[in-house]
Ligand binder design. Structure first.
Ligand SMILES: C[S@@+](CC[C@H](N)C(=O)[O-])C[C@H]1O[C@@H](n2cnc3c(N)ncnc32)[C@H](O)[C@@H]1O
Length: 241
């Protein structure tokens, strides 16, 4: 998978690009992550990317010219209806976007080329969205100063699902949200710690009993913490029958 990021702070991505799972995926050539400085698409001496908002109001707005040129240089032009669509999928990180979920991460992990656009200041000129962006995504109902952390959230959630990135691909199958539920409690050695023992079933070697226990724990935990997830999980169970 190739991922291009457009930002005015490319340095923020470097430690993530070279560390842990993502670092290994980049070194192994499974993920190609290129981070671009938006100012490289400016034409004035001061490399300006923002300007005051029409109609007045606080703060600055990101100008459309460098952003649209950068997106088009990396992804090609957004085509009109009926025309063949471009290969890359262009996402703008925005608090006004659709919520970014595990299901969205799975969908994006099937793409071959993502372009992530990081806003700053009061956001981007609406014409960037209309002319060059395919989708806006939000990582939560709060406002950050910029799209860099949201882009990193998307990159990490998506790339770990790309085949070959996780050492054990089964890890993803049992994780929270995968079957619409939270994962249950997990334990490792020692068998007893400060008087608290690992549940006996996990040490029994009875794989069917362990699977039943884990499913019960996942359901109880989801009921207690995230009951909103259960209707969708029940729908999934019905569809599997
Ligand atoms: C200060 S925010 C702009 C907020 C905008 N004025 C609004 O009220 O919707 C600057 C940039 O941070 C990024 N950002 C902030 N919060 C975000 C979130 N929850 N999810 C994704 N991106 C976010 C976006 O790229 C946004 O353009």
């Amino acid at each position: 998978m190739r991922i291009d990021v457009i930002t005015i702070f490319p340095g923020l991505f470097e430690p993530f690009r070279t560390t842990s799972l993502l670092g290994a995926a980049c070194r192994d050539g499974i993920v190609e992550l290129a981070v671009h400085d938006l100012r490289d698409w400016t034409k004035d001496r001061h490399r300006t990317v923002d300007d005051t908002p029409y109609g007045g109001g606080p703060g600055m707005v990101m100008r459309p010219e460098p952003l649209v040129e950068a997106i088009e240089a990396l992804a090609g032009p957004k085509r009109g209806e009926g025309e063949e669509s471009r290969q890359a999928h262009v996402l703008l990180l925005s608090p006004q976007g659709r919520p970014f979920t595990q299901a969205k991460a799975q969908e994006l992990a099937r793409e071959t080329h993502l372009v992530l656009v990081c806003g700053r200041y009061e956001g981007v000129d609406q014409r960037v969205i209309d002319l060059a962006v395919d989708e806006e995504v939000s990582i939560g109902d709060y406002v950050l100063a910029g799209g860099e952390l949201p882009a990193l959230v998307v990159i990490e959630a998506v790339t770990r699902l790309v085949p070959g990135v996780m050492g054990n691909p089964e890890s993803a199958d049992t994780e929270s949200f995968q079957a619409g539920m939270l994962e249950g409690p997990q334990y490792t050695r020692p068998a007893a710690f400060r008087g608290v023992e690992v549940p006996a079933v996990l040490r029994s070697g009875d794989h069917a009993a362990i699977a039943r226990w884990r499913a019960e724990q996942a359901r109880e935990r989801t009921e207690a913490r995230r009951p909103d997830l259960l209707p969708a999980a029940r729908g999934d169970e019905r569809n599997e029958r």
